[in-house]
Design a protein around this ligand. Sequence first.
Ligand SMILES: Cc1cc2nc3c(=O)[nH]c(=O)nc-3n(C[C@H](O)[C@H](O)[C@H](O)COP(=O)(O)OP(=O)(O)OC[C@H]3O[C@@H](n4cnc5c(N)ncnc54)[C@H](O)[C@@H]3O)c2cc1C
Length: 287
Amino acid sequence: MFNSFEYLAPRSWEEACGFLREHAKDAVAMAGGTDLLVRMRERILQPKYIVDIKALPGFIGISATPGGGLSIGAATPLNQIARSAEVQNSFPILAEAAHSVGSYQVRNRASIGGNLCNASPAADTAPALLVLDAAVRLTGPGGSSRQVPLKEFFVGPGKTVLQPGELMATVEIPPLLAGAAGAYLKLARTKAVDLSQVSVAVLALATGEVRIALGAVAPTPVRASHAEDLCRGRRLDNQVIQEVLAATVAAVSPIGDLRASREYRLEMVEVLTRRALGRAMAALGGN
Ligand SMILES: Cc1cc2nc3c(=O)[nH]c(=O)nc-3n(C[C@H](O)[C@H](O)[C@H](O)COP(=O)(O)OP(=O)(O)OC[C@H]3O[C@@H](n4cnc5c(N)ncnc54)[C@H](O)[C@@H]3O)c2cc1C
């Protein structure tokens, strides 16, 4: 059962951000509602006001930026992202990650911004966007606007750097300056609708750079920076791969919960990272 609440659908950013700041204790923004309404049904949240932000101008859509990057409106549904030819051609790892969320029906409502702002450590789009070096643009009351690298956006489970009245407006993906190939692997208890037990995104660039990010194995989605450093300028033979896997495992701090034990998650980090590295390397055409 839901508590009773007032539903508002502002038409301007100023109105939405102003109201959300003024009623910071009682109002909550809603995009697709697929996380929010579950928490309300479970009475974890009982807001007085729901501020539906989907109709804000320019909030839905995918547009190319100079040099080959993309700007994605934060309210864009995940199905639109998974099916987008621009995303599939330029950043297929994001299309894969978006496609792995929930069910077709969930993805029709679930937005990319909601996936990130909900700040679940298991959010599927986060590892893919982290290896793409994505940033997010936050808009606040009075027209304030700031860009935050995604790796600085998450603060803890359910916590982000968003200030009262601030909304995520866009997700910005910079161009990849070299040929690249990646893989997003998600392990869940079932192949149907479930959050991940462990997820791994690997992006290998033709320059020799390798980027690794993980989900569901730390308080926030994380980049395995030391493991990435170990790849730089080296041929990834078996010995180097062992070092990289050990450093990846050292970068995470999983908990045990209803989805998996800590020990299982640690083992699966190694297995999935090895697999994702192999796929990315093979797609790049060798070592
Ligand atoms: C059956 C089911 C299966 C699911 N499976 C998965 C899964 O496999 N993987 C996965 O990652 N997730 C899964 N989810 C969770 C959920 O669908 C996603 O996290 C979704 O992307 C959330 O987007 P939304 O638009 O529905 O967010 P909402 O529920 O509308 O919002 C979520 C939170 O973010 C805030 N918010 C939303 N948009 C903005 C914005 N632009 N600016 C500031 N704050 C904002 C809201 O205030 C709220 O706190 C599942 C959910 C369900 C119900």
